[in-house]
Design a protein around this ligand. Structure first.
Ligand SMILES: [Zn+2]
Length: 295
């Protein structure tokens, strides 16, 4: 990752320095064994100790993560020149999901999606410009947005093998057979039926849809989207992680209020919340107490 950051020489020097610094800070926090919580302590101690224009960047980073759902001055947005293409492509992705169905769309591959769009006039074929934009977005280094997590899926056409996953009809989601499925069943047995599967396996197309819908609702703001959703290719939902919620709690399951539910309390008591994105995590992602980490 550091190599990747250093290679990004098109960035102004101060940005490269800031990212290197953040990454070193992150690695030192992780290396200390105190894991994520050490990050905010280290960062806050650092802020308290020195004051210079360089420190403003660190302060800025922490401020952004606390206000993840608000736009910030230097957020990266979709280029104005391709905004029309972006808009039509997002709408097409939503029509594609409508046709494929909410459940099946989770595991739809990129190639299959492109083909279906061509075959169904209601969706309409993705234009060359739309495909170029999708490719550009997929292969872009997400550290540009401020997202510092690892890439888990490297190819846009990588597909989920149908025989590796199992559909859970009552929750409308898929889980990987083996560890994910077993862990979810164990959670249900131990924590009770009030725990639901709110999001399971997500392939490239599903992650595109979630991430780009979020950016679209926020004037094409890719940085803002990346603070609450991993960019396509960077989601651990492609690798077995899943989200849980409290039955009947709806969209509130994806807010801080989830921590007030019985389901959350049960999961905590049983020790299941080995989180991917903890409070004050250093990866540029909001706190996600509903996300169950498999590896
Ligand atoms: Zn998740």
């Amino acid at each position: 990752m550091i190599k990747k950051l250093l290679m990004n020489s098109r960035l102004p020097e101060k940005h490269v320095r800031r990212r290197d610094f953040l990454k070193i800070l992150v690695l030192s926090a992780l290396g200390s064994g105190a894991a994520f919580k050490a990050f905010s302590n280290t960062a806050e101690a650092y802020i308290g100790s020195i004051s210079s224009p360089f420190d403003d960047h660190i302060r800025d980073y922490i401020y952004k993560m606390k206000h993840f759902d608000s736009p910030h001055r230097d957020d990266i947005k979709i280029d104005r020149a391709v905004y029309y293409t972006f808009k039509s492509m997002v709408k097409r992705l939503n029509r594609l999901e409508e046709v494929v169905g909410h459940g099946r769309f989770h595991v739809l591959s990129f190639d299959k999606g492109i083909k279906l769009a061509r075959d169904f006039s209601y969706i309409g074929e993705f234009s060359r410009d739309e495909l170029n934009l999708l490719e550009d977005l997929f292969y872009r280094d997400a550290t540009q947005y401020g997202f510092l997590g690892d890439k888990t899926i490297t190819g846009i056409t990588d597909r989920i093998n149908k025989s590796d996953v199992i559909y859970i009809p009552e929750h409308g989601n898929y889980l990987y057979k083996g560890r994910s499925f077993e862990m979810f069943n164990k959670i249900r047995q131990q924590a009770g039926e009030n725990v639901t599967l709110t999001s399971g396996v997500r392939g490239v197309m599903k992650q595109f849809l979630l991430f780009l819908n979020k950016a679209y609702k926020n004037q094409g703001n890719l940085s803002l989207a990346s603070r609450s959703l991993a960019p396509p290719g960077y989601s651990f939902h492609g690798n077995g992680d899943f989200d849980v919620g409290q039955a009947g709690f709806g969209a509130l399951n994806f807010t801080k209020r989830f921590t007030t539910t019985v389901a959350y309390q049960n999961l905590c008591d049983l020790g299941y919340l080995k989180l991917r994105y903890e409070l004050d995590n250093p990866l540029g992602v909001r706190f996600e107490p509903w996300h169950i980490r498999i590896t």
